[in-house]
Every structure is written in structure tokens, then in C-alpha cells.
Design a protein. Structure first.
Length: 416
């Protein structure tokens, strides 16, 4: 069963939240962070992307950069740009995209739950990326950015959330750039706090939706601190890390598409002919982009034409949670068998485009000559993700893309 706790959040004053808040560290590079933080001394980028305070080209993994993160984090507190709540609370964080709102509970997730599998993963992590985030957590002694969890839909929690969201929020703003709404409430009633803790205690599992490396780093640092503390009791703040937990039914997974640099020596006509072994191929013309209509239907853009590819039934097994995924079908029968791309993590001939950029981005990258073809996939469902996590399986690389992304800087969790 899942263990959570409230915590004393470290937050910007209401008047400063839009100055402090930023996109997550891993959705932009150093140059983009530098541009977005320009003229804004309060931006969280100075803490989560502290290389922007050094000359251009400074290695973001330089020890001086990590130390700068800690110095800036303390400075933000000293200047009152981040202020810690006096009491432990849960919080509600709502995001609105394209008229749809999802409501998350901000909680302290339990480190042992991550280590023993109550918090379930669906992606592999890379040790170098884990170590980068571990250094950041260690030096700041805090979870600066939250991770993104899903939980099974729960009527009791929905009722509590509905009561608070009917009230005036603490924060309410539209983020620049993407235009998504971010709204925030504090749950301060002890009876409600206890009820939330008890409802989570009934849940057999929580699911990482986004932030596998941050989850691993936070949990591993918490476990380190437990081992290093001879007086360890198990209730210390470092035994918990910050997560925003959303009902699974409210979440949107969008497509995560592929573009490929060459056709492995084939002409477009030869590729289309080879695809017929495993797919029904239909030319959709040159005008409007073709979007996959259902699972096992793909969109191919090559040589100025859009094509519908529908996988033959013998290419997948409905009882195999990994084999039935469209990312598996396309990897096995298109990328590997026809194009010779066997490792999606390391092959330089392939790149990945989040569906938030639209099918027009795929067309542009092929028409420009940068890529030879594009492949659009139907998004996986939350049920597929949870089924895979429940069976202990791992999704292939670049399978899920969640939108909207959590805004960083609305709340921070200190480890002491």
C-alpha cells in the first residue's frame, strides 16, 4: 500500500510566482534556459540550470555549477523569493491545456515505496542522468522539482479536491510560451489531510508518469541519507520526495513520433513495397497530414506523400503487454527489419518528435531534406502504461509523452 505524508512546502510569495516559475530542467537546453531567464534574476533556471550564471559553453556537470545551484537556492530563501510554510500541508496543483483541466495532489512520496516497487516504473533509467540529478538533490538538500505520478481514480479524493478548487486559489496564472494554465491551492484542514493519507494507504500502487530519473535520484539520495544517519528512525523528511499525483483518468498521453535520416538504401517505392509484408498500405495523398486513427494504425510521410499503415493481426499478440504496443510493432517491423535501426537509444539515424509539435513538424523535417521519412504513432493509453508497470515490464524507449509538463518553482520540498 502507498505511504505519503504532507510537508512544509517552500514556495514563492503570490506576487512573485510568475517570476520564479519555470519549465522543467530537462525540456530545454542551456541556451534556451539562458534566453528564458534573461532579465529575470528570480527565475528558477538559476537553480535548476545554474550553468546559465557561467560563461557560455560551461559544462553543466562542472562541480562549480552544482555548487552554484546550492548558493542560488539559499539566496532565493534569504531574499524572500522562496518562503517555507510553517505547517505541513498537502497541496493541489491544477493544469489546464486546450480547455481541459487535470487536478494533482502534491505529496511527500515514500522512498521505501520506490525501492520496493509500490511506486511502479515503466521506463529504464540511465545511470549518468540519475547521478546528475542525485548531485543536484544532494547539494541543494531538497527536491527542487516535483515528479509526476498517476494513481487509480478515487471518488473520495475527487470530493476533497472539488471542495478546495471551488475556493480562491493561491496561484493562478498562464505560463508564457505554451499558454497553459497553472493553479494552486493549499490543503490546510487536518481532517482532510488525514483523509488523503488514508485514501493513499488503500492504494496498492502509484505509477510514475513522467520523471523517472528525478524519481530514482530522489529515492537514492533518501536511501543514502538513511544509511549515513546512525540515529535513523524512518520518519525523517529525507525519507520522502516530492510528487504531484494525478488521477489516471484525467491524464493525457500524446503521440511520440519518429523521423529517420535515410531509407537504408531503398527508394521510397521499394520501402512502400516492403511494408506490404506486414501492413496494409494506403496512399492518403499530398494535401492534409494523415493522423493515425486507432491502435495499430500508423502514419508514414515519405517523398511528399502521407500513407496509412495498418498492421496485420499476426504482427502483435493482444496478451503480450509489450508486444501489443505500436512502438514495439513499428520498431520490430519497420525500424529494425527494413531500416536496420536496432537501438533506439543510440542510433544516430533516428530522432524523436513529441506530438505537442504537431504533424506539421514531421512534414517540415522531411521536406527540408534533413530526414528521409517520418512515422507517426497512435498514443498509448494510461491503461496500457499501468498494465505494463503492474506486470513488471518496461516500455521501449520514447513511448510516452505527457502534456502539459509540470511547472517548476511553485513548490519545493526540503529534506530536513
Amino acid at each position: 500500500m502507498a505511504t505519503i505524508k504532507p510537508f512544509k512546502g517552500l514556495r514563492p510569495p503570490q506576487s512573485l510566482v510568475e517570476k520564479v516559475a519555470s519549465r522543467p530542467y530537462d525540456v530545454l537546453n542551456s541556451d534556451e534556459a539562458r534566453r528564458e531567464a534573461e532579465g529575470n534574476d528570480m527565475s528558477l533556471y538559476h537553480i535548476i540550470r545554474p550553468e546559465i550564471d557561467f560563461p557560455v559553453g560551461t559544462d553543466e556537470h562542472d562541480e562549480r555549477v552544482y555548487q552554484k545551484a546550492a548558493e542560488n537556492f539559499q539566496l532565493w530563501q534569504d531574499r524572500g523569493w522562496l518562503v517555507q510554510d510553517e505547517e505541513e500541508h498537502y497541496y493541489i496543483y491544477a493544469q489546464t491545456m486546450n480547455g481541459k483541466t487535470q487536478y494533482g495532489l502534491v505529496v511527500g512520496a515514500y522512498v521505501p515505496d520506490y525501492l520496493n516497487g509500490v511506486i511502479k516504473k515503466h521506463e529504464l533509467t540511465r545511470r549518468d542522468k540519475e547521478e546528475d540529478r542525485m548531485k543536484h538533490v544532494r547539494v541543494c538538500n531538497a527536491n527542487i522539482e516535483p515528479v509526476f505520478f498517476a494513481y487509480p481514480d478515487n471518488d473520495a479524493l475527487n470530493a476533497i479536491i472539488a471542495r478546495y478548487t471551488a475556493q480562491q486559489p493561491v496561484y493562478d496564472f498562464i505560463a508564457p510560451g505554451d499558454g497553459f494554465g497553472h493553479t494552486f491551492w493549499v490543503i490546510d484542514d487536518k481532517q482532510d489531510i488525514d483523509a488523503i493519507t488514508q485514501e493513499f494507504a488503500k492504494m496498492p500502487a502509484l505509477y510514475i508518469a513522467d520523471g523517472h530519473h528525478r524519481s530514482a535520484a530522489a529515492a537514492l539520495v533518501g536511501a543514502e541519507k538513511a544509511k549515513q544517519n546512525p540515529q535513523h528512525r524512518g520518519d525523517e523528511e529525507y525519507n520522502y520526495f516530492m510528487a504531484v499525483c494525478f488521477p489516471a483518468g484525467q491524464l493525457t498521453i500524446i503521440d511520440y513520433n519518429r523521423v529517420v535520416r535515410d531509407l537504408n538504401g531503398m527508394t521510397p517505392a521499394q520501402l512502400l513495397d516492403a511494408l506490404k509484408k506486414h501492413f496494409d498500405v494506403e496512399d492518403k495523398g499530398t494535401a492534409e497530414p494523415y493522423r493515425p486513427t486507432c491502435l495499430h494504425n500508423f502514419s508514414l510521410y515519405v517523398d511528399g506523400h502521407w500513407y496509412s499503415l495498418t498492421a496485420h493481426p499476426d504482427t502483435y499478440d493482444d496478451h503480450d503487454p509489450i508486444g501489443v504496443l505500436d512502438v514495439t510493432i513499428s520498431s520490430r517491423y519497420i525500424l529494425d527489419e527494413l531500416l536496420g535501426i536496432k537501438d533506439l537509444r543510440s542510433d544516430k539515424r533516428i530522432d524523436f518528435v513529441g506530438g505537442i509539435r504537431g504533424l506539421g513538424e514531421l512534414k517540415q523535417r522531411v521536406d527540408s531534406g534533413e530526414m528521409a521519412m517520418a512515422l507517426a504513432l497512435h498514443p498509448v493509453s494510461m491503461k496500457q502504461l499501468m498494465d505494463i508497470a503492474d506486470t513488471g515490464n518496461i516500455m521501449p524507449p520514447k513511448t510516452t509523452w505527457f502534456e502539459p509538463k509540470l511547472r517548476s518553482g511553485l513548490i519545493i520540498h526540503k529534506l530536513d
